[in-house]
Design a protein around this ligand. Structure first.
Ligand SMILES: [Zn+2]
Length: 235
């Protein structure tokens, strides 16, 4: 696909950045870190193609690891890195294919792992897309020991619902942060107010599925089995 767009891909050991693109007229060279995982390399190539599509003709961009993160998708009108990530997500997990495969699937880490394998992307990228395009209201939240890092929500989750900034000590994520040998138990029913804050939140439960990712982060899927609780929260 890169070749079709006029871009050659090189695999090198990169130290000052995670990936880069240099292009002029109709030709570009994309360089990705040869030590990265194949999923990471694919995401990086797709991200650099995003820069190429935006700035075809003349481009020279070096992207840091923090730029190449599927969770950085917001404000893409003003953020070139977020726009390149959005392009990568749409290219690697096209909505028309992903929605079909994710339809009526439980919002769990197991589902996200299956989708990650199918689409050859990272667990995080697949989890975000599952929340974005899946059939059920859900959130994906990334946290570390200090608390909330970022989250992504299903379109039916009202904007008024706030995701908690600290990790509840009753959550599975908290146990994963606290105890490095604690094994993730899989989907677990917890109080909704362990994760979010809105009207009537104390009256219902959600399903939490958390796993460790990277060195110090935990990825959590929060799934509303009972959607009526959500509509009450909206009112
Ligand atoms: Zn970039």
């Amino acid at each position: 696909m890169a070749f079709f767009c006029g871009a050659r891909v090189r695999y090198r050991e990169l130290t000052s950045c995670a990936a880069r693109i240099v292009g002029k007229n109709n030709k570009a060279i994309i360089t990705v870190d040869q030590r990265a995982s194949p999923e990471r390399q694919r995401f990086s190539i797709a991200h650099e193609l995003g820069h190429w599509v935006q700035d075809r003709g003349q481009v020279a961009v070096s992207c840091r690891s923090s730029d190449l993160t599927p969770s950085r998708l917001r404000d893409f009108q003003n953020d070139r890195e977020a726009a390149a990530n959005r392009f990568a997500v749409e290219l690697l997990m096209p909505a028309y294919l992903f929605s079909e495969v994710a339809r009526n699937k439980p919002v769990t880490i197991e589902t996200a792992l299956t989708l990650a394998t199918q689409f050859r992307v990272s667990l995080t990228a697949a989890a975000i897309r599952l929340v974005e395009l899946g059939s059920y209201p859900a959130l994906v939240v990334c946290s570390n020991k200090d608390g909330y890092r970022w989250s992504w929500r299903h379109p039916e989750i009202p904007r008024s619902m706030r995701v908690n900034r600290s990790v509840s000590r009753h959550s599975v994520a908290h146990s994963l942060h606290l105890d490095s040998v604690f094994e993730a138990p899989g989907p677990t029913v917890v109080d909704a107010d362990d994760w979010v804050n809105h009207a009537n939140v104390e009256n219902y439960v959600v399903t939490e599925d958390s796993v460790r990712i990277g060195r110090d982060s935990v990825l959590t899927l929060v799934w509303w089995h009972d959607e009526t609780a959500l509509s009450e929260g909206r009112s």
